[in-house]
Structure formats: structure tokens, C-alpha cells
Design a protein around this ligand. Structure first.
Ligand SMILES: Nc1ncnc2c1ncn2[C@@H]1O[C@H](COP(=O)(O)OP(=O)(O)O)[C@@H](O)[C@H]1O
Ligand SMILES: [Mg+2]
Length: 258
């Protein structure tokens, strides 16, 4: 069974989609077969991987029961589009609404080692579905004032999922993203997260750079667009693998890519 990681935060702009895209690239380079799932109606992850906007079926069809997960995989990605907003509304009225994604992913092809889920920028039903379907939760925080508050809100939803429908869910860690450690905001954000979450905060901090917007626009991984910056994500991927029992060998292969 694939290890499934949900990447979430309580708002947009914390670098979730970029983290899912780039961790997926790093894991694939380490030889792990990785499926990326776009669970945001904005479909940014699908765009970033350059999946045609009319690719069908999408995650909406899977959640609505119109397609199997295997049919909705396009180049190792399950895309999303605005129809996901409708699918979310429809889910709201169904029995077992929090379990829908979990049931769908249980039928994912056996070949995958890892599944990464890119959550929408809110803590609603779609994010709850991701947390119920996942084995691990990774929370991203923008290195700004109020970073701690945002992470605490995301953690409450992680706890709810754990106390309710997914007692096996593990908290993988908190990522400080879009950081400029020359600024007092970024340093204070890191200090407050470390004070509250200790070792659960990844040592790797993702530096902020305009190059990320360019790489997203060109649908080109930051690992290729700016390897000097991409090194942050290779480090992060190594830390993530070190926290996933059973994937340490891939972590060692990744370390050799650095
Ligand atoms: N490390 C970074 N430095 C600067 N900009 C970034 C970084 N990571 C992502 N971005 C940019 O910030 C914006 C939000 O990132 P995104 O990954 O879409 O966040 P989210 O999915 O949390 O909304 C995008 O324009 C993206 O290109
Ligand atoms: Mg996003």
C-alpha cells in the first residue's frame, strides 16, 4: 500500500501546491512511484504539471462515483477543475461524506509507493476527506506574522480527523515556506513554530524567491529551473523520507542526487 501524505494549510499562499509539485518531482527522482492528487477546485497543481485543462475524468468524477480513481490518472496525476466545487457541495449531503476519498484511493493502482494530496486553501470537507484518506499530514506555513495561528488551526483539524475517522493518521511535520531569514518576520515565525511544535518543524526552510512564480508559469520544476533553490526541496524530501518508515533507502538515493 502506498504511503499517502496530505499537504494542507488553513489558507492559500502558503506554498502547498508548490510543495506537492516539487516533493513529487524529488520523490520520483529518488525512484519512488508517486501519484499526485489535485484536491483544489482551482486546479493549480494540474496546471503546474501542465495537464490539459479538459483532461477527463477528474477527481470530481471520482468523488461523485462516476469514475474509478485509476481512470482519472493522467500522467501520474489526478487533476481537478472547478467542477470540484460542485462535487464538494454534493458530497455535503451524502452519508459517509468524509470517507469518500479514502474509499476511492483504496482502489488506486498497486504500483504507487507514495500518494501526495494537494488540499484546497481552507479546512472544509475536501481537506477533511484528504485527512481521512491519508496516513500522514504535512502542514505548510508562510513565514509571516500569524504563521503559528494558521498552523494551530490546521492542527485542530488534523486532531479531529485522528480522534474521529482516522486514528492512524500521523503528523508528519510543519514546513516553514516562503522564508527570508534575513527578515525579522521569518525568524520570529520559525522561532514561534519551534517553540510550539519542537522537532516536528522540519529543519529545512524553503527560501522565498520570485523564481517560483516563473517556474510555475512555465510548468517547469524548480529542481530544473533553479537547482540552487530546488536544493531546499531535495533536503525537505530527504527529511520527509526519513520520517516514513520503510522509505529510508529512497532517502539515501535522494541524498546522492544532492
Ligand atoms: N518558496 C517560494 N518563494 C516565493 N514564491 C513562492 C514559493 N513557493 C511558492 N511560491 C509562489 O507563491 C504563490 C502561492 O504558492 P502555492 O504553492 O500556489 O500556494 P498554495 O497552494 O498554498 O496556495 C504562487 O505564485 C507560487 O508560485
Ligand atoms: Mg494551492
Amino acid at each position: 500500500m502506498a504511503d499517502t501524505i496530505a499537504v494542507l494549510s488553513q489558507k492559500g499562499g502558503t506554498g502547498k501546491t508548490t510543495a506537492v509539485r516539487t516533493l513529487t518531482d524529488a520523490f520520483r527522482r529518488s525512484g519512488l512511484r508517486t501519484l499526485a492528487v489535485d484536491l483544489d477546485p482551482q486546479g493549480n497543481l494540474s496546471d503546474y504539471f501542465d495537464i490539459p485543462p479538459d483532461a477527463e475524468p477528474t477527481i470530481s468524477d471520482v468523488l461523485a462515483g462516476r469514475a474509478q480513481i485509476g481512470e482519472a490518472i493522467h500522467e501520474d496525476l489526478v487533476p481537478a477543475s472547478l467542477t470540484l466545487a460542485e462535487a464538494e457541495l454534493m458530497l455535503g449531503g451524502k452519508m459517509g461524506r468524509e470517507l469518500t476519498l479514502r474509499r476511492a484511493l483504496a482502489k488506486a493502482p498497486e504500483e504507487y509507493d507514495l500518494i501526495l494530496i494537494d488540499c484546497p486553501p481552507s479546512l472544509g470537507l475536501l481537506t477533511v476527506n484528504a485527512l481521512v484518506a491519508a496516513d500522514h499530514a504535512l502542514v505548510t506555513a508562510e513565514a509571516q506574522y500569524f504563521a503559528l495561528q494558521g498552523v494551530e488551526q490546521a492542527m485542530e483539524v488534523v486532531e479531529l480527523a485522528r480522534d474521529g475517522l482516522n486514528s492512524e493518521l500521523s503528523f508528519l511535520g510543519v514546513l516553514l515556506n516562503l522564508a527570508d531569514m534575513r527578515t525579522v518576520h521569518s525568524r520570529e515565525a520559525l522561532a514561534s513554530l519551534k517553540e510550539r511544535f519542537g522537532e516536528q518543524v522540519f529543519d529545512t526552510v524553503i527560501r522565498s524567491s520570485i523564481a517560483y512564480a516563473e517556474s510555475a508559469e512555465r510548468a517547469r520544476s524548480i529542481l530544473d529551473h533553479r537547482p540552487d533553490l530546488g536544493a531546499d526541496y531535495l533536503d525537505l524530501a530527504g527529511e520527509v523520507l526519513a520520517r516514513l518508515p520503510g522509505l529510508a533507502a529512497a532517502g539515501e538515493r535522494l541524498a546522492r542526487l544532492r
